[in-house]
Design a protein around this ligand. Structure first.
Ligand code: PLP
Ligand code: MN
Length: 368
């Protein structure tokens, strides 16, 4: 059920009801500008990942600052963006099952939609859905460039799958998907460089082998917030798929040499108990803020440490002299931005302490 917004434009931040998802608009806009400036001198364009923000509003702001489209992970996300006016969407993922594929093919009527595949049987299923809908779907071959999650082997296996796609009258070979997920949070820059050097090299060789078989590779997609500068500089990747850069989180900030973006996303929480000495409890437990990549940090309050999260309680340890007042509102920096966003219906956009806008998170919680 869609919850009513926790605030109204013009309110002060302290008046926002909690727990709420705050977006610091100055920091957010600075992040969009920083990414545009960093990619401008490279050959790569931004196809920002909507798995992070799940919102057509944010997608359109990214497009207005030069992004060429959006990535999504799920058909439900693609629907939310297409219905919200986003014209160019890549499902950077495998979509399996006739019902989902029929929905995806139907979307082709209102937006340019592409999808990934790493299996010949799957290519046949996508072709059947495209034929039934009377559309021609672009399909990218996903290669395993080092993370061992999805993707066929780079080289001949990828070329064989691309040839199958190209041979179908209902499909078009769209290029290669080459995303190295586990490289994003490798702590040292050297480890990230080594992982992406390998990914770029196997991808480059695959593009070359495609060319030898007469197949042009119009798109090579990959790169996240931790490594995008490496993919962009490689000369191999044409599209960068970073998502978290717009918001950032405590886990990305723990990388040695963290990504060059500001924290713009916060969970606003209220101090609801001060009964135990040395402890303050806020109304944001792990139902309000994701803890899969570590506990949140208390923003701007060095004497307060978020020590544990239960369903509805966040327990803070308080250093001498740092105690917050009962009812005080605190900004928490989520450990992981994507699943935190998924818990909320609304972004509360704030600028200089005042609520400016409320944006719906249309694709939140979509399981399909
Ligand atoms: N591309 C793909 C295929 C992904 O799965 C992800 C995240 O998991 C990203 C890009 C974006 O990563 P990040 O939010 O770390 O920038
Ligand atoms: Mn993430």
């Amino acid at each position: 059920m869609l919850q009513p917004p926790p605030a109204e434009p013009g309110m002060m931040e302290e008046e926002v009801d909690t727990p709420a998802l705050l977006l610091d608009l100055d920091a957010f806009e600075a992040n969009l500008d920083a990414m545009a400036a960093l990619l401008a001198p490279t050959g790569a364009k931004l196809r920002a990942h909507a798995k992070t923000h799940k919102s057509a509003v944010i997608a359109r702001l990214q497009l207005a600052r030069g992004a060429i489209g959006q990535c999504v992970q799920k058909v439900g996300e693609a629907e939310a963006l297409a219905w919200g006016g986003v014209p160019d969407i890549l499902v950077s993922n495998q979509v399996v099952g006739a019902a989902k594929l029929a929905r995806l093919a139907a979307l082709s009527g209102i937006a340019q939609v592409a999808v990934c595949a790493d299996d010949a049987g799957q290519v046949a299923e996508i072709a059947a859905a495209a034929e039934a809908a009377g559309v021609r779907l672009p399909v990218l071959v996903e290669i395993d460039c080092g993370a061992s999650r999805c993707g066929v082997e780079p080289g001949p296996a990828a070329v064989a799958l691309a040839e199958r796609i190209a041979a179908s009258p209902h499909l078009r070979f769209g290029g290669l998907q080459s995303y190295h997920g586990s490289a994003q949070h490798k702590r040292s820059p050297g480890e990230r460089e080594a992982a992406i050097a390998h990914a770029a090299e196997v991808t480059r060789r695959t593009v070359e082998q495609l060319r030898q078989r007469g197949l042009d590779c119009p798109v090579v997609g990959g790169g996240g917030t931790g490594t995008f500068a490496l993919e962009a500089a490689s000369g191999v990747y044409t599209e960068i798929q970073a998502g978290s850069y717009a918001f950032m989180d405590a886990d990305y900030a723990r990388n040695d040499v963290p990504p060059p973006f500001r924290q713009s996303l916060f969970v606003l929480a209220t101090v609801m108990s001060r009964a135990v000495p040395g402890v303050a409890v806020v109304d944001a437990g792990h139902k309000a803020v994701a803890v899969d990549s570590g506990l949140p940090l208390v923003h701007g309050r060095p004497g307060l440490r978020f020590a544990s999260a239960s369903d509805e309680h966040g327990k803070l340890l308080v250093e001498d002299g740092a105690a917050p007042a009962l009812g005080e509102k605190l900004r928490l920096v989520p450990g992981h931005c994507d699943p935190t966003v998924d818990r909320y219906d609304w972004y509360v956009g704030v600028r200089k302490g005042r609520v400016e806008c409320l944006w719906p998170i249309a694709a939140r919680g979509l399981m399909a």
